[in-house]
Design a protein around this ligand. Structure first.
Ligand code: ADP
Ligand code: MG
Length: 452
């Protein structure tokens, strides 16, 4: 393996070429490029990645691809290990916004129970939208099979936390009542297992596997729609567990009454327990969720950025997380701190430019006047004092850059100036930003200040 280590770079470069062939350029540059291979030892390749999110994303999306390519290159099955390195680079003179830390983590996914450890009650932010569901889930997790909430059925739209709650129940039981056997499964996997067991004539084994548990957690029951034979099988499993006082928790994407293609007797079983829903969270809860995710990864992301994401993505928490991940990816890709500007760049496609600039020319004039301590009257007036002229030029530039206002319109707001004056101002500022790093930083800070 040592000789593998010495050729690690080459192996990795080849692997990148392979992967580049099969995924989009965007995905490649966002996810694969920033990975840094560290060592390869005892058939374990350690990869350095910029954050916990990153690791989870790569692990869930690209792991098989990486392992497959490695196998081709080395002829061996090589496992992956991740090391998370947060916030490598800084601009000088700035206090780090990210904590620098190297955390070696093992998989947070437990292959025995198939539960993701990150999905806990502690990491589940409570809001009016999910309070009842969370309380019911906790009650069930504390005394599985002992409450009247059996089965517990959690329903709600995509990305609102059903899987999280379901797994939190499993994790809680795993941590506090280890002797209880848990089976967490998606209804798709249940279906697949069942079909395989028919093909292999091993249905008895299938039954044993599913009926020999204390807690059965089945995710996304809606996938059983129209699969009559699987439903039948599920019905029997359900009954058997229920009669033995075992706990069953199910999730689905809508109220059971609206699930078509489910047999009535299965439906009536579902309705014999407790049905709770998760709704879309309100703004405060959305911000709190983002904050929680950032905290869990030890990231300090400016509040304003979390707010921008939360204001603009309303209905789906997974999408909100996606936005956060994208910002993190950009931050590591461009080796830059997480600033409003970076967020803007990262989220332009997802949120559209307007998320950042429902600003007007007047807003900009007012805020620049406050930030630079130049009275508005002077900012748009005729004065020729050097620092006022410069402030005016910056303001014009930002009106163009941030509001996308027309030259004529900007001119009008600045004391009826001609559009050529505005062009000249914009050019001057741009040139100066290119030549003078300090100045460029000042303008960027102003920009952040304006958005906030
Ligand atoms: P669903 O199964 O309803 O489609 P998930 O449970 O997969 O949704 O949730 C999507 C993402 O949003 C997960 O990463 C989950 O951790 C997160 N999430 C959802 N609700 C909350 C919440 N209340 N607090 C923290 N994270 C949440
Ligand atoms: Mg789910």
């Amino acid at each position: 393996m040592d000789n593998l280590n010495s050729s690690l770079k080459k192996i990795w470069d080849n692997l990148k070429d392979d992967i580049r062939e099969v995924i989009t350029e965007q995905a490649f540059s966002t996810w694969i490029e920033p990975i840094h291979p560290v060592t390869i030892e005892n058939k374990v390749l350690t990869l350095e990645v910029p954050s916990q999110f990153y690791y989870e994303w790569i692990d869930s999306h690209y792991q098989p691809l990486i392992v497959e390519s490695l196998k081709e290159a080395t002829g061996e099955v090589i496992n992956l290990r991740y090391s998370v390195v947060v916030g490598e680079t800084r601009q000088e003179n700035e206090t780090p916004k990210l904590k620098h830390s190297t955390i070696s983590i093992s998989k947070s996914y437990d292959s025995g129970s198939k539960l993701n450890k990150r999905y806990s009650f502690e990491s589940f932010v409570e809001g009016s939208n999910n309070q009842f569901a969370k309380a019911a889930a906790i009650a069930v997790a504390e005394s599985p099979g002992q409450t009247s909430f059996n089965p517990l059925l959690i329903y709600g739209g995509v990305g609102l936390g059903k899987t999280h709650l379901l797994q939190a129940i499993g994790n809680h039981v795993l941590n506090t009542q280890n002797e209880n056997k848990i089976n967490y499964i998606t209804s798709e996997k249940f279906t697949l297992d069942f079909i395989t067991s028919i093909q292999k004539s091993s249905t008895a084994e299938f039954s044993r596997k599913y009926r020999n548990v204390d807690i059965l957690l089945v995710d996304d029951i809606q996938f059983l729609q129209k699969k009559e034979q699987t439903q039948e099988q599920f019905f029997h499993t359900f009954n058997e567990l229920y009669q033995q006082g075992k706990q069953i928790v199910l999730t689905m994407d809508r109220h059971p009454n609206e699930l078509y293609g489910l047999k009535d007797r299965l439906l009536s079983r579902f309705q014999s327990g407790l049905i709770v829903d998760v709704q879309a969270p309100n703004l405060e809860t959305r911000i709190a969720i983002l904050q929680k995710k950032a905290d869990m990864d030890d990231l300090e992301i400016p509040y304003e950025i979390l707010e921008i994401i939360a204001i603009n993505i309303k209905s789906n928490i997974r999408e909100m997380e996606g936005a956060l991940i994208k910002i993190l990816a950009y931050s590591s890709l461009y080796r830059s701190d997480i600033t409003m500007e970076l967020a803007q760049r990262a989220l332009k496609e997802t949120l559209g430019n307007s998320a950042f600039n429902n600003l007007t020319i007047d807003d900009i004039i007012r805020r620049i006047s406050a930030a630079l301590n130049v009275p508005e009257g002077k900012l748009i007036g005729k004065g020729r004092k050097m620092e006022i002229v410069l402030a005016r030029q910056i303001a014009m530039y930002l009106c163009r850059d941030m509001v996308g206002a027309s030259l004529v319109n900007i001119g009008l707001h600045f004391g009826g100036r001609d559009h050529t004056t505005v062009i000249h101002a914009c050019k001057t500022v741009k040139k100066k930003m290119m030549e003078n790093l300090e100045f460029s930083r000042k303008v960027k800070n102003l920009k952040n200040h304006i958005i906030i």
